[in-house]
Structures are given as structure tokens and as C-alpha cells.
Design a protein. Structure first.
Ligand code: SF4
Length: 331
């Protein structure tokens, strides 16, 4: 690992000032992904500013019924929160399907949003990679593609976002709260992560020096029946080949609202908007869920190495919706 300056911020303003004082500085909280990247020599910040002691840890209900989860709340604190588990059970299921207990105990919500792809070419500096070194090339285009994108990829990058929690947050219509040199702002979850386009080195809309201070979940009665289904090569400590977060609100025998987000298939959590629109007003039947699943994968553009993901995603969406309609639980 190369040498870097380390300091600990004592307040949000102090964190911003310390970050601004050194070019190529970065923030650290749980460090569960950043330290790996630094040890693998794929990232070499000149300064690391520790924000882990700042105040953004609270999980609180807001007036109107929303929940605000601090950006420094640990994954375990969110997954174990009794009221969040009751109101948004798919969020806990998504979190608990990822990493290990030890990692979840220190990994933060903000860090989860900012974790970077585990594309094997990105994580090995012996290979070229447009995301790591812009303009250097993308060996995945003709190489190992099993875990790569079937939606929203570009000629520059076909990587996927690795988070489970973010797929649930996308389905839950979360908002990301940010503090930076220009003040505070809010970013809708669907806009927060970006598609690779011609600049895959940029994962999110976060500007340099900005900190994720929190994530807000709107009230969503249907979320009680929400489902997170993760399909992967082995049963634990493995990233999703395909995952689905689904929420259905059903009353009077009709679907009143539907949310479907896919993970492991794109550079960002992928909302299946056409499937969601199709579902509203329909009866929750197997035939309807099959049509919704077909719509969810209609625009997929698989590669030779990951064509199997299209059928996997189709079946996962149908399964997720079926379990949601039956009241939720483990899919
Ligand atoms: Fe790099 Fe993206 Fe290509 Fe992977 S898919 S090698 S992250 S440019």
C-alpha cells in the first residue's frame, strides 16, 4: 500500500475542510471496500479523512411517516432495526443477503451506496480498465462476462453495481441526502447511480468532497409484503448474478401500485418501469406476473457470456411478484 495522510474529522465542517485541503483526498467510514481497493493498488488517495465519528448514525421516523437512516448507520443497525424490519422487510433481507456479519457490523449505509464494481478486471491492476484508467480499454468486452450487465451498458464498460441494499432502496423510492462544499442537496435514488456511458470512471452523481449524510424512505404500506430475491453462484458471501426487489400494493383484488428493481444486471439498480406500469390495475394472477416478467427483460442486451441472465431475471421477477402477492416473506 502506498503512503497517505490520515486524519479524523471532528465535525461535518471539519470533514469538508480536511477533504478540500488535499487534492485526491477521500473519505473513509467503515472502509470495507475502500481499504480493499487501496490494498489492491487500484486506488491511491493522497489523504484519507475519517468521518466514522460524525453524527450521521441515527435512524429516526420523520413527521409524515418517512424514515431517515443516517449515512453512517451500519448495515447491521439497519437490518436489525425492529420497526424498519416491520415496515420495509425487504431492506433487511437485502442487507442480510450480502457480505458477512463482521463486514455488516462496520460497513455503513453511505459506503454501501458508494461501493465499486467487483468486475474482476477492475479489481486487478494488471488489466486495462476504462473505469479505473479512462481510455485504457475494457477487456471484459471480449473476456469474462458472466457477472456483467444486460441492461444499460456502453461501449466503454459493461460492469454491474454490486450492492444488494441499493436494489431494495431503489424499489423503495429512497432519496439520498448529501452535504458538500456547496451545501446540502437531495438526490432521488434512481438518479444517484449513473450508467457508464463514455465515462464509466464515475459511478454516481456525487461531486468531489460530498458526504452522504442520510437516506430517506417514504411511507409505503405495500412494502410490508416486499420481497428481495438473490440468485448467485453460492449460497453466501457472493454477489448477485441477478436479484429482484419487488413491492406490490393490492386492494379489492387489484394491484394498486408496483415496484420492481433488479440487481446484478446493470451499472446501477435497474428499475423495471414498464413492468411496474403494466401491473397497476391488473389482478395479481400468474399470467399477469409472467407478462410483467417478460416486460422486465424485454430490453435486455445480453452478451455471449451472460445470456443466461435474461431467463434468470425473467423467472426471478415472476417469483418475486408471486411471493409479494402472497404476503411477502422469503422468496
Ligand atoms: Fe473495467 Fe467496466 Fe470493462 Fe470491467 S466492464 S473491465 S469495470 S471498463
Amino acid at each position: 500500500m502506498h503512503n497517505f495522510a490520515f486524519s479524523r474529522a471532528t465535525s461535518p465542517a471539519d470533514a469538508l475542510a480536511r477533504h478540500a485541503a488535499t487534492p485526491n483526498a477521500t473519505f473513509i467510514a467503515g472502509g470495507t471496500n475502500l481499504v480493499d481497493r487501496m490494498k489492491s493498488a487500484i486506488e491511491a488517495p493522497a489523504a484519507v479523512v475519517d468521518i466514522s465519528r460524525l453524527e450521521f448514525r441515527n435512524i429516526e421516523r420523520l413527521p409524515g411517516g418517512s424514515w431517515r437512516i443516517g449515512g453512517l448507520a451500519t448495515n447491521t443497525a439497519v437490518a436489525d432495526h425492529p420497526e424498519l424490519r416491520k415496515e420495509y422487510p425487504l431492506l433487511a433481507r437485502a442487507i442480510l443477503s450480502g457480505a458477512s456479519q463482521q463486514i455488516r457490523n462496520v460497513a455503513t449505509v453511505g459506503g454501501n451506496l458508494l461501493q465499486r464494481t467487483r468486475c474482476s478486471y477492475f479489481t486487478d491492476p494488471a488489466f486495462a480498465c476504462n473505469k479505473r484508467v479512462p481510455g485504457s480499454g475494457c477487456p471484459a468486452m471480449t473476456g469474462f462476462q458472466r457477472s456483467h450487465a444486460i441492461f444499460g451498458a456502453s461501449d466503454s464498460c459493461i460492469a454491474v453495481h454490486p450492492s444488494d441494499m441499493c436494489v431494495a432502496l431503489a424499489a423503495l423510492d429512497a432519496t439520498v441526502e448529501v452535504l458538500g462544499p456547496k451545501g446540502e442537496r437531495k438526490i432521488g435514488f434512481d438518479e444517484f447511480h449513473r450508467l457508464p456511458g463514455a465515462s464509466p470512471d464515475r459511478d454516481t452523481l456525487l461531486e468531489p468532497g460530498e458526504i452522504i449524510t442520510g437516506v430517506v424512505l417514504p411511507p409505503m404500506p405495500g412494502a410490508k409484503t416486499g420481497v428481495y430475491l438473490k440468485l448467485r453462484d453460492r449460497a453466501s458471501y457472493s454477489f448477485a448474478l441477478v436479484s429482484v426487489a419487488s413491492v406490490l400494493e393490492i386492494s379489492g383484488g387489484k394491484i394498486r401500485a408496483a415496484r420492481v428493481a433488479l440487481g446484478g444486471v446493470a451499472h446501477k439498480p435497474w428499475r423495471a418501469g414498464d413492468a411496474e406500469k403494466f401491473l397497476v390495475g391488473k389482478s395479481p394472477t400468474e399470467a399477469v406476473f409472467k407478462q410483467a416478467a417478460d416486460l422486465a427483460v424485454r430490453d435486455a442486451k445480453p452478451l455471449p457470456g451472460n445470456a443466461f441472465k435474461v431467463e434468470l431475471a425473467r423467472r426471478a421477477v415472476k417469483r418475486g411478484l408471486t411471493v409479494s402477492a402472497a404476503g411477502g416473506g422469503v422468496a
